[in-house]
Design a protein around this ligand. Structure first.
Ligand code: NAP
Length: 313
């Protein structure tokens, strides 16, 4: 297996593929296959998932597609979630890795993450045998603050290993990884910063508004539906910029995240969303447009920090 293949500008996220109630509705493998095919054809071949996304359901669907293409045509990004650790396992990190690898049909993870710092830094220590066995291309830490990252980096360094990737919530409405210095820390230490929920699960995509709310039966509906009236000004500002470029609104937050030096992970459930992601990777925003987007967002003081995460300080 080629280690550390070059990363595309955008990763695609398969949380919604797990049908765990976060997004609402139910996606089938038949619906998702064209999404996967369109992405692979366009060169968006880095897939982010986790066992916890439907307790294996996301990995199972993704794995059924990955089995039909050569292993060297894609990169997989998967996670160890502390809350799902098997207490009876000798090494819960290795045990979850093996379960996920089987579901995906691979014996190698291009990136393997500690999903969150609950119980940190023990899980970083437990990841070391896997990393040394050559079954992981890059070590990633997700939802860790700067102090937690530095603590993990020190542990890994003693073993001749390093953090290669950080994955945090980073969007126009939550820039705490930037203001807390995590983005700069990553730049200084040759760590790729992956931004998740750049579209705030659709709230900054132009698809959802007061007239077209999120599914009522979903976690994201419970969080974002009450915010939709306050988001109108920001979204109409995004629309103005999008119209100037002749692109869809959803492309702007993605292009913004790339312009900020991050690698966005975009959750996709439809073919047109893959097409938007491809176009967003080529979209160049001016400094003035970036300033306008950030100003409009700062005038929309909403708390979008979710239950599993914290504001980075
Ligand atoms: N490490 C962590 O703790 C963590 C946490 C959250 C997410 N993640 C990762 O990051 C990925 C992205 O986050 P996310 O999926 O939660 O949220 P997201 O990327 O902010 O939003 C995804 C949703 O936005 C809508 N969308 C996407 N592209 C669109 C377009 N071009 N036009 C209109 N709507 C569009 C879709 O909604 P519809 O499906 O309704 O069409 C999609 O489900 C996840 O899939 C996961 O892999 C990691």
């Amino acid at each position: 297996m080629t280690q550390n293949k070059q990363l595309p500008k955008i990763a695609l996220g398969a949380w919604a593929w797990g049908n765990d109630g976060t997004f609402g509705g139910k996606l089938t493998a038949e619906e998702l296959r064209p999404v996967f095919d369109a992405a692979m054809k366009a060169g968006l071949n880095l897939w982010d998932t986790a066992y916890v996304y439907g307790m294996g359901a996301s990995e199972k669907t993704l794995g059924s597609f990955l089995r039909t293409v050569p292993r060297d045509s894609y990169l997989i990004s998967d996670k160890f979630t502390p809350q799902c650790a098997d207490p009876s396992a000798e090494n819960a990190v290795t045990a979850m890795y093996e379960t996920s690898a089987k579901l995906l049909g691979t014996d190698y993870m291009d990136i393997y993450w500690i999903h969150n710092p609950v119980g940190a830094p023990e899980w970083t220590r437990k990841l070391i045998p896997l990393a040394k066995s050559g079954k992981i291309g890059r070590i990633g830490l997700s939802n860790h603050n700067l102090a937690e990252l530095k603590e993990a980096a020190e542990i890994l360094e003693k073993e001749g290993l390093k953090i290669s990737a950080v994955q945090n919530h980073y969007s126009l409405l939550n820039r705490s990884s930037e203001t807390s210095g995590i983005l700069d820390y990553c730049k200084d230490n040759d760590i790729t910063f992956f931004s998740y929920m750049v579209l705030e699960q659709g709230a900054l995509s132009g698809k959802y508004d007061t007239k077209h709310p999120f599914p009522e039966d979903s976690d994201r509906g419970a969080v974002y539906n009450p915010m939709l009236p306050q988001l109108e000004k920001l979204n109409s500002g995004l629309k103005e910029i999008a119209d100037k470029h002749g692109v869809a609104i959803a492309q702007l937050p993605v292009a913004w995240a790339i312009a900020k030096g991050t690698l966005p992970i975009i959750g996709v459930t439809k073919v047109y969303q893959v097409e938007d992601a491809v176009k967003a990777a080529a979209l160049k925003l001016t400094d003035e447009e970036i300033e306008t987007m950030e100003r409009l967002a700062s005038e929309t003081p909403l708390n979008v920090i979710r239950g599993w995460e914290k504001e980075m300080k």
